[in-house]
Design a protein around this ligand. Structure first.
Ligand code: NAP
Length: 527
């Protein structure tokens, strides 16, 4: 497929005079072709189509929505490796990693298609009428969840496939029954065009209403800001910087009718090394830590950015082995020049604020290469300068030396909301681990024992969320089937005649789906 640089407004493709180009981060050169930037007219057209598509799309039988998601997965796979080659050029990410990310993207779409058929997410509840109840009769009350309306999805730079045009946010919103208007990430517009073509082909194949999907590109803040402010958009899904996420939250909150923003922003993912774990396997812990830290040039939101441990011989062995592993780490090119610049500034800031540089990997000699860095600091110093525990996006981590468990807990208490918190422990550390749990549960969306935070399973039990600033709303997740809940809201139908009810709440169909009658759980026939 030859890239055209056009925007996708429903079924229409069009170009505009204002254009921008993707930059190959490894070489600094502009990539062909130029891409059209959307202005007010294109934004208006995409939002109008999304609004018009909302009722027809959400009212389609669930089977049709599932078939659409599966067709998107099939169309992406049919594009073959040419898609990955373009993504590699735009992001510098290795082809093997991108093949894995494509598998995850396709897997997410299929998982949501299966979730649609399972029907748990419909949240069906029935409290039958009690006409003879005293002192007053109870009417028939039935509840289900409906989609919230068109969703603005922001493509993420660090997951050009799995959290971009057809990524987790898009899959969850489309599964919920929401049309999407995607704001493509300006670092990978060619990848966005490939994937948008797959979605448009899938929409045609499964006869979806026009407006179920549009892709808008633009190289600056104005487009995203206008999209979030548009009254036809009913929710926002975003992965990126804290500054960007907070700016969008403000715009959404200041609208005449505010809307929810599900932003995944900033997390340093604390790892606690408990004493018996350090005593028994300090060297292998250090090696696994550095592997997690440097994976994908550290450009994961679950990157282990802070490590806490009690002073002792085990910790010294850990530091020695971690320093050696960092020294030997292969530098890798970062996603964009801007991300590389931010990373270098973050590393400088850590040094300026009194953290001691323990180890640094060598310069890769290539443009925009990230040199991994490990800093050390005493707990007292971190408590005095808590901003040191803010995210430096990339392969940098801060080792915090604590003199006691109460001090370690005090540091954890000062750390902001997190996507993950990890405990490395042996059976003999269990009493200490138990002391950590109440704090970690308050701070993080996922608590991990004896593995590492990078590597997020896409499944039913996953939580990829957490208190601010990890996300804008710690009650949700952006990975796993629970992510659909972000785009749903409950509606209660009181006193309805059966034939007027939505199909899944009618007497003939209710038993097909999981539901509750007077609070009692019933399995559905399709469960
Ligand atoms: P970003 O700057 O937050 O941009 C992400 C998307 O949001 C882009 O489409 C961008 O559009 C838009 N955007 C950002 N600020 C906006 C604003 N004020 N108003 C409207 N739209 C806005 O993230 P990035 O480009 O991926 O990387 C920059 C930094 O973000 C990194 O250095 C890193 O610190 C952080 N980051 C964190 C994570 C994480 O998972 N924690 C992931 C990726 C990046 P335009 O670019 O077109 O303005």
């Amino acid at each position: 497929m030859a890239l055209t640089g056009e925007l996708f407004i429903g079924r229409r493709r069009l170009s505009t005079p204002r254009q921008f180009q993707a930059i190959d981060p490894a070489r600094g050169s502009a990539l062909e072709p130029p891409f059209s930037a959307a202005g007010a007219a294109e934004l208006d057209a995409a939002c109008a189509l999304a609004q018009a598509a909302f009722d027809p799309y959400r009212m389609l039988p669930l089977e049709r929505r599932g078939a659409f998601l599966e067709a998107i997965a099939r169309q992406i796979l049919a594009q073959g490796d040419a898609l990955l080659e373009r993504t590699h050029l735009e992001t510098g990410l290795p082809l093997a990693r991108l093949a894995g990310e494509r598998a995850r993207t396709v897997g997410q779409l299929r998982l949501f298609a299966a979730e649609l058929r399972n029907g748990d997410w419909l949240g069906l509840r029935v409290d039958p009428a009690l006409p003879d109840r005293q002192p007053a009769p109870r009417p028939d009350l039935r509840q289900r969840k409906i989609p919230c309306g068109p969703v603005a999805v922001f493509g993420a730079s660090n997951f050009p496939l799995a959290f971009s045009v057809a990524g987790g946010d898009s899959a969850a919103a489309l599964a919920a029954g929401c049309p999407i208007v995607v704001k493509g990430h300006p670092a990978h517009p060619g990848t966005s065009e490939w994937v948008a073509s797959a979605i448009v082909a899938a929409a045609a194949e499964t006869d979806m209403p026009e407006g179920v999907f549009s892709l808008l590109n633009g190289p600056d803040n104005a487009l995203g800001a206008a999209l979030v402010a548009d009254s036809r958009i009913r929710a926002v899904a975003f992965t990126g910087s804290r500054a960007g996420g907070v700016a969008l939250m403000k715009i959404a909150a200041q609208r005449p009718e505010p809307i929810p923003v599900f932003a995944e922003m900033s997390s340093i993912n604390p790892v606690v090394l408990l004493p018996s774990a350090l005593a028994s396997r300090a060297t292998s812990l250090a090696q696994a830590f550095v592997a997690s830290l440097t994976l994908g040039a550290g450009q994961f939101c679950t990157n282990p950015g802070v490590v806490l441990a009690l002073e002792g011989d085990g910790l010294e062995t850990f530091v020695e082995a971690a320093n050696a592993a960092i020294g030997a780490a292969t530098p890798a090119v970062m996603l964009t020049e801007g991300i590389h610049r931010n990373y270098a500034a973050g590393v400088d800031r850590m040094a300026e604020h009194g953290a001691q540089l323990l180890a640094r990997s060598t310069d890769g000699g290539t443009r925009n290469c990230a040199r991994a860095a490990l800093f050390g600091i005493a707990a007292e110093a971190l408590l005095a300068h808590p901003t040191l525990a803010e995210e430096t996006f990339g392969p940098a981590s801060l080792l915090v030396r604590c003199s006691s468990m109460p001090q370690l807990l005090q540091v954890l208490e000062r750390i902001e909301g997190q996507l993950t918190a990890t405990i490395q422990m042996e059976a003999t550390d269990q009493a200490l681990a138990r002391q950590l749990l109440p704090t970690l549960e308050r701070k993080a969306g996922r608590i991990i024992v004896n593995s590492w935070p990078t590597g997020v399973e896409v499944c039913h039990a996953m939580v990829h969320g957490g208190p601010f600033p990890a996300t804008a709303d710690g009650r949700s997740t952006s990975v796993g089937t629970l992510a659909i809940e972000r785009f749903l809201r409950p509606v209660c139908y009181q006193g309805f005649p059966d034939e007027l009810l939505p199909p899944e709440l009618r007497a003939a169909e209710l038993s097909r789906w999981p539901h509750r009658i007077d609070g009692e759980r019933r399995l559905g026939r399709s469960s």
